[in-house]
Design a binder for this molecule. Structure first.
Ligand code: SF4
Length: 315
């Protein structure tokens, strides 16, 4: 169950004397959105504009809506701060309320895998669960290490699909990693960024999973995409206009490098990158400069590379 504490939002709206509030809410919470809007409007004098576009990450700030509605405050629910912005943003990361975690199973599996020094990583919504597990494992005589990631992470141990530095910083110091959270995206990202064993523990259902098979498949697919791209004569470089995903320099650099090889390169700008927007666009390969998740999408059966993979394909 996600803990939703609106008192901070009410306090901030009152403090800023906000008349118009723009509210961004993750997909999984949309069923509770109207109750939340009613509550905020009742407890403050503000009018709330609810953004209905899908919200996948903290990289996506509704700056356009803030401008168009002359918003006084943007409330961004579900994620922690990711990038600087000129508008006033209140980030309200959510925390899962988790029943006490039984450590016996975790202890057994870590011992089986010969992991004595364990690096803990988490999704921000599971930070408190991770801290509880840290305490428990230390009591059981494990060496537990947690490292703060890059500028995109707000709490120690936090990993994002686009920031796995908490893993890379510990790579040489641990026998393996334990990811605390749900879903596959973050743990697979950690596994791809490490040569050590990465186990994933979901405190919501107690499941422990090793993503090795998924990692091997992912790596094979990436090599396949690079191999296909080696024959490409024309490239479409994908740029997202989302605040935290927009990477103009990276896109320009990619265009320059492609053209240096005597190949064609086009710049494509979108808010959300979707296959249907690219229908009828006749290029052999796409280069993604936005959210790393996009390379896994099937964009009209064309290979999709990230910037590093492009270098490999061109050389
Ligand atoms: S760019 Fe992708 S991985 Fe990074 S925060 Fe945004 S949605 Fe998440």
């Amino acid at each position: 169950m996600l803990k939703l504490d609106v008192s901070k939002a009410v306090k901030e709206i009152k403090k800023k004397k906000a008349k118009t509030v723009v509210l961004q809410i993750p997909e999984g919470l949309k069923s509770r959105a109207l109750d939340l809007v009613e509550l905020l409007e009742k407890k403050t004098k503000a009018k709330v504009v609810l953004v209905m576009d899908p919200l996948w990450g903290a990289c996506d700030l509704a700056e356009e809506e803030m401008k168009m509605f002359s918003g006084d405050l943007l409330i961004h629910l579900g994620h922690s701060k990711f990038c600087d912005s000129k508008i006033k943003v209140l980030y309200l990361p959510l925390e899962y309320k988790v029943k006490e975690v039984s450590l016996e199973k975790l202890e057994r599996i870590l011992k089986n895998e010969k992991i004595k020094k364990v690096g803990l990583i988490c999704a921000v919504q599971f930070f408190n669960s991770m801290k509880a597990i840290e305490k428990g494992l230390k009591k059981k005589k494990f060496t537990v290490l947690i490292e703060k990631g890059g500028s995109k992470s707000t709490v120690p141990g936090q990993v994002l699909g686009c920031d796995q530095s908490a893993v890379r910083k510990l790579e040489k110091k641990v026998d393996g990693f334990l990811y605390i959270g749900d879903g596959i995206f973050h743990s697979l990202g950690a596994a791809v960024n490490s040569d050590k064993k990465v186990l994933s523990f979901n405190p919501l259902n107690g499941e422990i999973k090793d993503y090795k098979k998924e990692k091997d498949l992912y790596v094979r697919k990436r090599y396949g995409a690079i191999a296909r791209a080696k024959n490409a004569k024309s490239f479409g470089i994908l740029l997202s206009r989302k605040k935290g995903q927009f990477q103009k320099e990276l896109a320009m650099e990619a265009k320059k490098n492609i053209e240096k090889k005597g190949l064609k390169a086009f710049l494509f700008s979108m808010d959300q990158i979707k296959a249907e927007y690219l229908l009828g666009i006749n290029v052999d390969c796409f280069v993604n400069t936005a959210c790393p998740r996009i390379v896994e999408d099937n964009l009209n059966d064309k290979p999709v590379l990230n910037a590093k993979e492009l270098e490999e394909a061109l050389n």
